[in-house]
Design a binder for this molecule. Sequence first.
Ligand SMILES: Cc1cc2nc3c(=O)[nH]c(=O)nc-3n(C[C@H](O)[C@H](O)[C@H](O)COP(=O)(O)OP(=O)(O)OC[C@H]3O[C@@H](n4cnc5c(N)ncnc54)[C@H](O)[C@@H]3O)c2cc1C
Length: 485
Amino acid sequence: MNSVVIGSGFGGIAAAIRLKAKGHNVTLVEKHKDLGGRARVFKRNGFIFDGGPTVITAPHLIYELFHLFNKNPHDYINIKPLDTWYRFVFEDGSKFDYSGNEENMKDQIKKIHQEDVIGYEKLVNFTKKIFDKGFTELSEVPFDNPSFMIKQIPALLNLKSYKSVYALVSSYIKNEKLRRLLSMHPLLVGGNPFTTTSIYGLILYLEKKWGIHYSIGGTGQIINGLEKLMIEENIEILKDKEVINIVSKDNKIIGLKLDNDKEIKTDNIICNADPPAVYSKLINSKKTNSIFNWKMRRMEYSMGLFVYYFGTKKTYENVEHHTIKFGDKYKEHLDDIFKYKKLNEDISYYLHRPTATDKSMAPDGHDCFYVLVPVPNNQSGIDWSIEGGKIKNLVIDKMEKSLLPNLRENIVEDFYLTPDYFEKELNTKYGSGFSIQPKFSQSAYFRFHNKSEIYNGLYFVGAGTHPGAGVPGVLSSAKVLDKIL
Ligand SMILES: Cc1cc2nc3c(=O)[nH]c(=O)nc-3n(C[C@H](O)[C@H](O)[C@H](O)COP(=O)(O)OP(=O)(O)OC[C@H]3O[C@@H](n4cnc5c(N)ncnc54)[C@H](O)[C@@H]3O)c2cc1C
């Protein structure tokens, strides 16, 4: 059977490898000259900037891809667990080092609010229940049948899926600082902790179960290792080729057209490209159904991302590998991003310093960073050619005050990406950073189906489909595909 995968994000690569292992002839088509999608790498003057994912969880999902061909993943990639997972920093200068060391976690919680230690234990136990259902049982099964979804509803209600992650955490934890840091996980997959279904509380437990890891040489080394595997297994890789049209006859996919006018005939197309953009831009025949139209119309998209990559000529040894800095007006900042689609100066941000673990990411005596600021997606109408420079200056000012003194005078290399990059280069609808939001009304059956509900021979893997965004999510979506194709 011939199958073509459009897009080389983690989901697309995993789908190509899984289909090859099943005996398909697989071609992978990628718009860019390099693979990885959101996980692309930018190399500048000796600095290696991972474009996107930096927190590696559930590494077994990556290893499995090598095992499919009886290869040893350690011959291709080198993934190491981190001791400190995140350092949370608050506006008053206080810090919390979040890790898998439960004693240390409880000691820190006790110092902030003694009563919350018991609440924390109860919360972890509850997230285990969510994890057992939401991840172990449901993340790798297709949700294209309404009756299957209906069967899950009682269990999901039992797990309080009608609550937000923040509300769930708040039902166990009283202190506001602890509430914030224990409920931040939806932000990692493009959701607002105040509106994302508590089912995503499973990420808290997923981290505890398998730890947080770093890929030596950067996440890009995982993409390189997977590319090597694909080449060895004769997966055809077409780089620098954009699919401009998916061709169907009646309801059946018959091929696609590339930007060099070449046509490829195929039985199956697996889109790793963003589903809403595929449905609205790549398919010319306008077959739909009314439920699907309704679903498309009411979709809410994840936040946009402003990502500022920079290298410094000095090292900041006191800065951890992963730092999350909360602004004062956290909820108001998130409301502005998700609801009002406007910028706010009281930002919260995530700072990545891979050189804390891996000196090979920068020239000797230098540090490599990126700082990620959640911003509204392009439904905002913001002109990033004007606002981009302003946010860069704002975030440098903020980092100079709290984490990186004299930063401005030490920067020797820098550039930034805005939602325009995600929209124009990665082809995501409205330049969203993580496709559609992880709300209950957009999860499982209500997300874009892995097997298209409209066209025979059209499938989806990646952030916009079940189970959702984040590297473990998109790798799991390829496992769902494995079950239906
Ligand atoms: C800044 C940032 C930080 C993140 N941090 C983390 C993290 O620490 N941990 C984590 O687990 N997740 C993280 N994520 C989320 C994670 O990176 C994504 O959910 C995941 O990588 C998305 O993979 P995907 O399979 O959906 O494909 P994508 O990475 O979205 O790739 C899709 C690919 O399709 C290609 N494409 C699109 N249209 C076409 C076309 N018409 N023709 C040919 N090719 C096309 C694009 O060029 C792209 O390469 C982060 C994301 C971002 C942006």
